[in-house]
Design a protein around this ligand. Sequence first.
Ligand code: GLU
Ligand code: MG
Length: 449
Amino acid sequence: MEQGHGARQQEQARERAGAARIEAARLTVEGIRAVALTWVDVAGLTRVKAVPTARLPQVAAHGVGMSPVFDVYLVDDSVTSSPHIGGPDGDLRLIPDLERLTVLHAQPGWAWAPVDRFEQSGQPYTACQRQFARRMAERAAGHGIELRMGFETEWMVDPPLAGPAYGMARVVERSEYVADVFGALAAQGVEVLQIHPEYTPGQFEVSVAPSDPVGAADLAVLVRETIRAVSLRHGLAAWFGPVIDPDGVGNGGHLHLSLWQGGRNLCRGGEGPFDMSATSEAFLAGILDALPALLAIGAPSPASYLRLAPSRWAGAFQCWGLENREAALRFIAGPPGAEDAANAEVKCFDPAANPYLVTGAVIAAGLAGIDAGLRLPEPVSGDPVHLHGQRRLPSSLPEALGHFTGSAVLREALGDPLFEAVTAVRQAETKLFDGLTPREIAEATRGRY
Ligand code: GLU
Ligand code: MG
């Protein structure tokens, strides 16, 4: 039994090496000298090991080593510990997903691939965030549901621009820059839906076509690092922190999602509110119900709560509504004739979040909604801040963490090691920023993600 398992692992390693040899040869011909292998830690920072292109076959077979301690790293690179993860011992193997191998247009000589993390024994690492997202997508498939997801990316360039919010002037001011962002993403095979200047001076947003949950999280990483690289080539810094100036509108990391079954969008053509199916309604009700706990995943930094304020389109209230940009959950029905575009947007999340943890945790919450047969409450129209009895989402990280630690659904889905690492990192970052002014927190975080 054991031996059969070991033999299968070796066979899979050989297959990966074979595929990587072909990729490495192709990349070498294209002048690609190095491959950046990334994963995202619990604090929301993308960590990397870079390998020479020629080593890709060995790395695809056996991985490259990295300590598990990075799962308890904080946003400032200090380190905490947790019951299962922490300390100097141990090593993991990072194995690139060659399906996602991408030549980086704004970093000449470089390619990129996301990794899954394994134990040295070849067993999947229980706290691997990417495999968590995949497990949850498979769990949804077990319910007969396929999810399509897409993250919006908002960022601020420094120095900022003079043009107005959503203003053409800002695009004219930086027209080569914006065109290069389009160009780099297109060259990398990323299907961009749109780019626009956002509210705050120097702020932009890009949205990309939906994909499967793991793919959506991979894309969030690729899009961000591409924007960072294009920005630097234009002499700009790109800031992805949730808050830039505590008195202004921050960066969101909204998640769009739709449920599909046999090629049919379950967000339409049903008997539920705004014609969604009962399955969609229960799934969205599960998300809505779990939002206070989900914030510990989707709004993971003390800085997140400086952004998550009413009347800033950040979704600070635990309600939902049709095209309501102040509701934490916005339902989008799609224009007549394009009903397949119907989807829901979770607005209260921000770019400090680990996108793999976000997609996985949202699926877990949605499936719990289906299992419990939940229904959505009445939709809300108008700004909930002016409506009586609307429930505010947690207004601090400790408050969100209190909901998270009480969530049996998220504990079971994440598994104890990852659940405890999330808890420990959130507690440690709360302590890290304790006593700092909002401005100091903004300055300490905005350029880190
Ligand atoms: N920047 C806003 C936020 O913090 C979102 C604006 C929008 O709706 O795109 O989430
Ligand atoms: Mg936006």
